[in-house]
Design a protein around this ligand. Sequence first.
Ligand SMILES: CC(C)(COP(=O)(O)OP(=O)(O)OC[C@H]1O[C@@H](n2cnc3c(N)ncnc32)[C@H](O)[C@@H]1OP(=O)(O)O)[C@@H](O)C(=O)NCCC(=O)NCCS
Length: 173
Amino acid sequence: MLLKTIRLRDRTPVTLRLMRPDDAPLLLDMHHRLSESSIYFRYLRYRIPTLEQLAKLTQMTPDVGLGIVATIETPVETIVGHAYYIVETDDQTTAEPAVLVEDRFQGRGLGRALLDILSAVAWEQGIEVFNALVHPSNEQLLGIVRRSGLPFQSKYAYGMREIQVRLNPDFRP
Ligand SMILES: CC(C)(COP(=O)(O)OP(=O)(O)OC[C@H]1O[C@@H](n2cnc3c(N)ncnc32)[C@H](O)[C@@H]1OP(=O)(O)O)[C@@H](O)C(=O)NCCC(=O)NCCS
C-alpha cells in the first residue's frame, strides 16, 4: 500500500495513503466539517455526497479509478483531505481528477502534495491526461496547476474552466 508521511508548511505531519473501503464514514465526517465555499468549489453546488456515493468511490478498482487520502492521528485516524481520479476513456489514458482539503488544512501545501502524488500514481497506471472542470474563480486550484510544472491547456466552457493537464514520466513529487 502506498504510504508516505509528509510535513505541511507548519511542520504538521500528515499521512498520505491509498483510499480503502472503510474510509467512507471518515470521508463523510470530513465533508460535514467543510465550509460552504469548499463544498461549492468542489461540487459546483451546495450538496455533499451521501455515504453510499462515498462508499462507491472507496471501492473503485484501478481500471475505474484510484484515490488517496490524507490523514492525521487525533488520536484516532481522521481524514483531512483526499484526491482521486476516475478513468474517462475506454483506452484508459484519460481521467478526471478531484481534490478536496478540509478548510483548516488549506493553504499549507496539502492540496499540492495530494495532486502531485495522484499525478505520479496515475501515470504509473497508464493515465496520460487529466481533464478537469473548475470554477473560474478557484485560484487555489489554478495556482497548483500553474506551479506543478506539468504542461496544461485551459479554456472557458459553459461558464466554467476546462483544464487539461498532460502527465509525464519525468514528473516525480
Ligand atoms: C483547491 C484546494 C484542494 C487547494 O488545497 P490547499 O491545501 O489549500 O492548497 P495548497 O496549500 O497546496 O496551495 C495551493 C496553491 O495555490 C496558491 N493559492 C492559494 N490561495 C490562492 C489565491 N487566493 N490566489 C492565488 N493563488 C492561491 C498557493 O500559493 C499555493 O501555491 P504554492 O504552493 O506555490 O504556494 C483546496 O482549496 C480545496 O479543497 N478547495 C475546495 C475544493 C476544490 O476547490 N477542489 C478543486 C476542484 S475539484
